[in-house]
Design a protein around this ligand. Sequence first.
Ligand code: TRP
Length: 381
Amino acid sequence: MQAKDAKRKVILTGDRPTGKLHLGHYVGSLRRRVQLQDSGEFDEINILIADDQALTDNWENPAKIRDNIIEVTLDYLSVGIDPDRSTICIQSAIPALHALTFYYMNLVTTQRLSRNPTVKAEMKLRGFTGNDSENDNEAGLPAGFFTYPVSQAADITAFKATVVPVGEDQMPMLEQTREIVRRFNQTYRCDVLVEPDIMLPENEVQRRLPGIDGGAKMSKSLGNCIYLSDDAQTVKKKVMSMFTDPEHINISDPGHVEGNMVFTYLDAFSKTEQFAEYLPEYSCLDEMKEHYRKGGLGDVKCKKFLIKVMEEMLSPIRTARAGWESRISDVYDILREGSRKAAETGERTLAEVCAAMRINYFDDRSIIKDWDTWVHGNHGA
Ligand code: TRP
């Protein structure tokens, strides 16, 4: 039983429900998750909608988090996450995570937490300076936010995840989790917790898809996204407005494909077969790039091809989304069932954690017996 358990391949990954998902999420993680799911190589796949974590920097706006739980779930389902093979669950519906977080807090120092580079970067972004200010409202560092890496360690260990597919920005969270696992198992002389491995994106585009404006990263706050839920008209408009090569003014001018979003997106999304279908004068992307570099190939033509490529990818997602939107109560049931299952898993791990710490006072008879002896020892003499 123990040995079999040790070999189980368990995935946990997740997102903060702070907005609808866009193409950056799609190439960076969603497409991968579907592949991992379809590979059949894993014994268990869990996808956590991290609403509690999202609240650590959105506590004044729970409605935003609430609304986006459904948006994100619709995005998952419409790209092909299959609830029969992957468990989609809501963090706040898994009570054991809170208990685990509290015990893990003892195994982490505030000094260690303040060295977390991702937390540091986010602090800057949010204006949490961490200065010891007289005025709490001014620049204080919320304790919930500061300790969210510990709660993420609870997420990962509750499921005994062996593989966590995430972006590079999550490396510090995984490192922190591994430290907590080692410290827990050492301190309580057990092997209850499992050290997870990180699974990073495979290539540059997966790591970071630039925005349609050519900005470093597609991101909601920069307003340069194509959303999975955008309709065909919107996608078309966005592609037509894409940043290309400012030096490519006349069609006959030589053009640059590097830093040109149309080509960056074609690199990420186009397939060679699509040339025969939509742009038969080129046999492949390299040939098309060659022509653009030399001069004589206009942006509009390139963009029209990209629109076809995008539509081939996005239109099935859109259709699936519309299907799920029309049966939103099924989506609700999927979330409830996934969360119920995950809560059970969490409860099992928490029970093992409490047993390892010997704080499971009411279900370990030997602890009760020790008490008996102690009581009788004092009164019976
Ligand atoms: N921190 C992750 C993010 O911002 C979300 C997350 C929460 C997560 N818990 C997790 C990711 C557990 C992987 C595993 O995207």
